[in-house]
Ligand binder design. Sequence first.
Ligand code: MN
Length: 760
Amino acid sequence: MGTPPITANRTTNDASSVNQKSRASQAAAVNAAAASFAALTAKLDYLSASDIELVRLAYRFADEAHLGQVRNNGEPYITHPIAVAAQCADWKLDAQALMAALLHDAMEDCGVTKIDLIERFGSPVAELVDGLTKLDKLHFNTREESQAESFRKMLLAMARDVRVILIKLADRSHNMRTLADVPREKWVRISSETLEIYAPIAHRLGLNQTYRELQDLSFRYLRPWRYATLAKAVAKARSRRRDLLQKVHKEVEAVFTSASMPVRIAGREKSLFSIYKKMDAKHLSFAQVTDIYGFRLIVPQVIDCYTALGLLHQLYKPLPGKFKDHIAIAKLNGYQSLHTTLVGPSSISVEFQIRTESMHVVAESGVAAHWLYKVDNPEDATTERLGTKWLQSLLDIQNETRDAAEFWDHVKVDLFPDAVYVFTPRSQIMALPRGATIVDFAYAIHSNIGDRTTAAKINGEAVPLRTELKNGDVIEVQTSPQATPNPGWLTFVRTGRARSKIRHHLKTQAHAESEDLGSMLLAQALRAEGIEGFSDEDPAYDSTWTKLLRFTGNKTRHELLTDIGLGKRIAHIVAKRLVQLLAEIGKRPDALLLTRERFTASDQAQLSSIVLNGSENTSVKFATCCRPIPGDAIVGYLGRGEGLVVHARECPVARKLQHKDSERFIEVEWSDDPVRAFETGIVVTAKNGKGVLAKVAEALAKAEADIVHIEMGHDAAQDATDLHFVLAVRDMAHLEVALRHLRRTPSVLSALRTTQIGQS
Ligand code: MN
């Protein structure tokens, strides 16, 4: 499709390139479009003169925009928007909706922008057109039949205004009516989408007439042969039974006349698609489908419905089990009627639907009844006549507000839970609770994806992981095999699934680390007893393990090792028992190892100490009282349930603990090659003045020491302030460099490492 510029003057626009002949055909096209618009205006008598003028302006604009475009049947393109608007006029939708219907393809096909529309027609109309354009971009993949329900909900949730859905249904209806003009290879895709998405939406919103039409048209293009055969069979049966049905009609009419109850009787036929479905589901032949014919009786009041039922049951015998009271209990979409099936003359079974006029409007038009009622009964409080709660509340809102968006919000609350619908890159649809983030999405796909998420894109753009999802978003999650969940995610995830998976992972991770530490501690304690090479995997020790676990009361080896790692159990005590058990199976301490261990125990390089390089994660913590860094002499304290806490050997806290709890202390030492920086505290005393902090920070940056935390004294009256920093440094030498840089900084009076408790 081309995108002709929009000008007021059609002839000058094309004059240079158009010859006489095509000008003639263009004139014909203009006439066709004008004729079809005239048919639309004939339906607009429910609108005010000024509204009709607005609709006319939208028509002129759309006509210009689509100029030169033709539909598959050769007619000017504008005939399509006009037909869509005409359907909306049948539903008595307001002027804004009709304008949007006329303009609905203008943004997509003609290069018209939303700004253009806002300037010309105001933002409500522009929003409607924009909403329709967005829906057009969603494509349902018919191979994913199980996803149809989610796709329908997404469509509905995306439309912030029910008028968007109604215009969309009108659009789809017209496209289906003209599907014969579309190339055959597109029939299946378009018809399946109509059958699985749009027909059910029409049904859910109570637009039953549209629902039946969309189903029958889809059936016709999906199964052309079955459709033709069935249509023929129904026509034949209809003519065969014509006399019989006329007889029923007369007899019913007579009964109502003698009871002096006004009634409108209409014959009705089951739709071809519903006959087909019934035959298919119950494996019936056409002759076996009995309830093809029926009558609809419209009576004045609700109470008359029950009176009418009584009259009918006196006339013909009812079929047991076929009576349904959908007045007392309305269907979800607001449908109300009494249904009964009777045995008529010649044993023909005939279904009757009995309802009032207002029930009839709702039964055929559902949500659109909202507008139909506005028009038909402007000052009538119809709530009483429309029995169902759902429609009652719709009408309440209608009385309170004329705002279609608010109205739709209310309908949506009833129809769907609070959910957003988003796509995976493979067009799978996922439903998540409102407020869900990328991380929730990642965990919804798989916990492996969630655990390894590192970054994400929405609609191709990189976004933070905490970003809230919107309907229709296409989400792409990036993962890395090394990545692990961030505890910070817990502050924004919305779903219970993500929350519990993150917690679970963090717990398992902590346990695995504690288990590793426990295994190291046990090996260390065993070496002190002269035993080496005791493996927790060697089956030769299985019975030893069983006995050991009986002694400790643990269920599994993992549990015991984790307990040791967490400090809940002391490795030396477990090791002592283990030595006894090993002696029972003939494994005795190695005298040489024992001597070496005892000899070196007082030495600097201890074979049995645990070497720390900073990669120990949660199982090893560095005490915040002394904040040891490589270069400091250190000790390890195995606190109860808190894993290994590393203190400086000189730390007063550690000394106190050592005094009363010495068996919980283990030997630790720094690795020669730490993998990260460690935190330590310093205090900088500086003269009060502008920019002091900036100068101090600059000095630290030059020394490549990262500031982790700052605390400042608030004593402005004094001429100097203490600044407490927590720095990340590689080791003692690095710290010295940083302190030297600070001391050379103007305004800095002193810079010292903090070693006292309580300072950080
Ligand atoms: Mn269209």
